[in-house]
Design a protein around this ligand. Structure first.
Ligand SMILES: *[C@@H]1O[C@H](CO)[C@@H](O)[C@H](O)[C@H]1NC(C)=O
Ligand SMILES: *[C@@H]1O[C@H](CO)[C@@H](O)[C@H](O)[C@H]1NC(C)=O
Ligand SMILES: *[C@@H]1O[C@H](CO)[C@@H](O)[C@H](O)[C@H]1NC(C)=O
Ligand SMILES: *[C@@H]1O[C@H](CO)[C@@H](O)[C@H](O)[C@H]1NC(C)=O
Ligand SMILES: *[C@@H]1O[C@H](CO)[C@@H](O)[C@H](O)[C@H]1NC(C)=O
Ligand SMILES: *[C@@H]1O[C@H](CO)[C@@H](O)[C@H](O)[C@H]1NC(C)=O
Ligand SMILES: *[C@@H]1O[C@H](CO)[C@@H](O)[C@H](O)[C@H]1NC(C)=O
Ligand SMILES: *[C@@H]1O[C@H](CO)[C@@H](O)[C@H](O)[C@H]1NC(C)=O
Ligand SMILES: *[C@@H]1O[C@H](CO)[C@@H](O)[C@H](O)[C@H]1NC(C)=O
Ligand SMILES: *[C@@H]1O[C@H](CO)[C@@H](O)[C@H](O)[C@H]1NC(C)=O
Length: 638
């Protein structure tokens, strides 16, 4: 009778014919992870202090406690990304503002007065400082009005209305006022302005305090390039401009001018200020510790003029930053940040030090991957993330071959990983189904498992907060909502954020992956990887790569704690449960971490052999059976 119940117990405990079975060999270490998990923070209006979710966004960032967190000033909001939107204009000074705003001119720097109005047009003036021309619409009152308000004054402020110019010169058209003056005594003019950038940088560095970060002021002033005819960039901080990066050929082909722009930015944030193009000092009082500096972003999409020009810019930026702020050469540099897989072969140029100037470091390289499903709303198509990842991983292997051959000490940060849904920036796009966030989270967990064995140093989830069309801040147009890690209405994490939290807290660099096999009829649905982590903790990561649920059986897992990010977990993060048997139902696109409490030495095999011996030794059977039962009960409880 006891014999029979032992058999039944054994059968019930281990056999589920329709389940996926995970078997782990804890003694067979396949690799040790050298991968730090982190994320990308792209500056945008929701990160401004005026944003209704500013505080929660930065609290959510702070809670992650990640290293190598990447801060990127990206181009769609030029006013939040570029510190010198207008080129230095020598002895002329210009201002160009829209209807119903203030235009201010001042000769305070030379302690002088406005002595000449070189140009003034209310209407549709075009061109840039030094080269303004009257457009199709022009009020011929402009010059006399501006002379009256500004000439011989130290400072003048003009509020632009139709009335000021005796009526509307062209009803129905968007009008601006452009004015060009000189001062006496003469004064050279630049347009450095950090008022929108400073709070973003400050809040980011504060939220990531105590950890390393990677700073990338990626958006270059476009006046560094030979420009085609272009529109004025937006007047509002929160207005998007997808066309800002125009031009591909540098005006200063030596790279000095673009290098110095970045050298001055570095000095503003790390050395308390800088000396501008005309020798004038600008004081910031910022002395931040920037230890890793990335040079530009996705150059293969913006201003792309071949790898040779990028390499020249990289060298120039490194030299200027070192000269202006880092003569001890402590700052590490990250190169390329490529986004376009068809350009990935360019690493063989960049990583060859003979293509660089002498003494240019190749500390880090970076590149990106996004999955693109065919449907925005059909959750079954999210299964495409996983085979697409496999294709990317093959490209990573090729880049690794190049890196190891040319520059083996160069480290790698794959600093944008995510999914972009079709139609993402269409204001009328359909809402994103909730299960999407689980699927994208599962894809990130899967990518981590694929990249860790390759020895990739850092992988970064893209990106903190994007959004669809929103009514806050006077109305925001969509900004890649499907890459968001936070809920754009609350600033609280979604499933992608909580999965990053889960992985980051359990699988630090140094975790040892062990041989993990998955079998059963329902394969290949479940991806499984077991790890021996900090403090010899035994953990199993399970990822459901399909839009369907499945039972997973793991030997010796009854009584273990499982942390689960799935369709049932919520904005509080992974839900946790204690497993009541060796089998756990894993819902579609769930990510699960189980901390296994293993019997110290008695493995399943020895348990079987003891059973076998006892079976044929009638005398000791009853005592031993009782002992085994006690033993099993003990381990299920603990
Ligand atoms: C324009 O300047 C005046 C005086 O400095 C100020 O009162 C007003 O608020 C400003 N208007 C705008 C739209 O900035
Ligand atoms: C103005 O335009 C002329 C001719 O297009 C050009 O040579 C000159 O460099 C421009 N000046 C400025 C300040 O942009
Ligand atoms: C200014 O324009 C108005 C009509 O657009 C015209 O009648 C007037 O003669 C012009 N004045 C001068 C000084 O050009
Ligand atoms: C303006 O800058 C130029 C060089 O860029 C310099 O030669 C000139 O002396 C400066 N003038 C003043 C008044 O600062
Ligand atoms: C810096 O961060 C801490 C913790 O997140 C926060 O309490 C504090 O207000 C922040 N300071 C500033 C100036 O943002
Ligand atoms: C700057 O930050 C880096 C990385 O976080 C750290 O290693 C270094 O000690 C810091 N330097 C100073 C002067 O605080
Ligand atoms: C590195 O670049 C140099 C100069 O372009 C070239 O001669 C050399 O073959 C390259 N080395 C490798 C290993 O590709
Ligand atoms: C990866 O390994 C290299 C060399 O062993 C080490 O310098 C680096 O710090 C490691 N990376 C991480 C993210 O720990
Ligand atoms: C999982 O196992 C439970 C209990 O045996 C069973 O009721 C359920 O149908 C199974 N689900 C799947 C998807 O196999
Ligand atoms: C979220 O889940 C946690 C744990 O499962 C639970 O304690 C909490 O009440 C839930 N919160 C909401 C708002 O549903």
């Amino acid at each position: 009778m006891i014999r029979l119940s032992l058999i039944i117990l054994f059968v019930v405990d281990t056999c589920y014919s329709d389940a996926v079975i995970v078997t782990i060999d804890w003694n067979d270490i396949t690799h040790t992870s050298n991968t730090s998990l982190t994320l990308l923070v792209v500056e945008n209006p929701l990160l401004r202090r005026e944003s209704p979710i500013h505080d929660t966004v930065f609290q959510s960032l702070n809670q992650l406690q990640t290293d190598y967190t990447r801060f990127l000033t990206w181009y769609p909001y030029p006013r939040l990304a570029v510190a010198e939107l207008e080129p230095p204009s020598g002895l002329s000074q210009c201002k160009n503002v829209p209807y119903l705003s203030n235009l201010t001119l001042t000769c305070a720097l030379s302690g002088g007065r406005i002595n000449k109005i070189e140009f003034a047009s209310f209407g549709t003036p075009t061109g840039t400082c030094g080269n303004y021309t009257i457009g199709q619409c022009h009020s011929n009152k402009t010059m006399s009005v501006i002379r009256k308000l500004c000439l011989f004054r130290r400072i003048c402020t003009v509020y632009v209305t139709n009335d000021l110019f005796d009526g509307d010169p062209c009803p129905g058209m968007n009008k601006r006022l452009a004015v060009q003056i000189t001062c006496y005594p003469p004064q050279n003019n630049t347009y450095w302005d950090f008022t929108t950038l400073d709070p973003l940088v400050e809040d980011f560095l504060n939220a990531t305090q105590g950890h390393s970060s990677i700073i990338d002021f990626s958006t270059q002033p476009r006046w560094l390039y030979t420009l085609p005819a272009i529109d004025q960039y937006p007047d509002s901080d929160d207005q998007v401009d997808w066309n800002y990066p125009a031009g591909i050929e540098l005006i200063d082909k030596t790279g000095q001018q673009i290098g110095d722009y970045y050298g001055r930015l570095a000095a503003w944030y790390t050395k308390g200020g800088f000396i501008d193009e005309y020798g004038r000092k600008h004081v910031s009082n910022h002395y931040y510790n920037i230890s890793i500096w990335e040079v530009l972003n996705e150059v293969d999409f913006e201003h792309w003029n071949g790898i040779e020009q990028y390499t020249l810019i990289y060298d120039s930026v490194v030299e200027s930053v070192r000269k202006m702020v880092d003569p001890e050469q402590n700052i590490k540099f990250v190169g390329l940040s490529l986004g376009n897989p068809s350009e990935f072969t360019k690493f063989s140029y960049f990583l060859n030090s003979s293509n660089h100037r002498p003494n240019i470091p190749l500390d880090w390289i970076s590149y990106h991957f996004y999955a693109f499903p065919t449907s925005r709303t059909d959750p079954r198509t999210y299964e495409q993330f996983f085979p697409q990842t496999d294709v990317f991983v093959e490209k990573v292997k090729n880049i690794e071959t190049i890196r190891r051959a040319l520059s083996p000490l160069t480290r790698t940060t794959i600093n944008e990983l995510g999914v972009i849904l079709p139609d993402d920036n269409n204001p009328n796009a359909e809402a994103i189904p909730l299960i999407y966030w689980n699927a994208a989270a599962a894809a990130f967990a899967y990518i981590f498992c694929q990249l860790a064995p390759l020895g990739i140093d850092v992988i970064g989830s893209s990106q903190l907060v994007g959004y669809p069309q929103l009514s806050v801040l006077g109305g925001l147009s969509p900004q890649f909502p499907s890459v968001a890690l936070l809920d754009w209405n609350t600033g609280i994490g979604n499933a992608r954020y909580w999965t990053l939290t889960l992985l980051h807290s359990h699988f630090q660099a140094g975790s040892k992956a062990v041989r993990t096999d998955v079998s059963g009829v329902a394969q290949p649905r479940i991806y499984a990887q077991a790890w021996v982590c900090n403090q010899q903790k035994h953990k199993l990561l399970l990822i459901n790569t399909k839009f369907g649920e499945v039972n997973v059986t793991i030997e010796n897992s009854a009584g273990s704690i499982a942390w689960i990010v799935d369709k049932f977990s919520n904005e509080s993060g992974a839900r946790s449960l204690r497993m009541s048997s060796d089998t756990l139902l894993i819902t579609e696109y769930a990510v699960v971490v189980i901390e296994l409490v293993l019997p110290p030495s008695i493995t399943f095999k020895t348990y079987l052999s003891i059973l076998y011996i006892l079976w044929f030794d009638e005398n000791s059977f009853i005592v031993a059976a009782a002992l085994i039962l006690l033993f099993m009960i003990y381990y299920k409880k603990s």
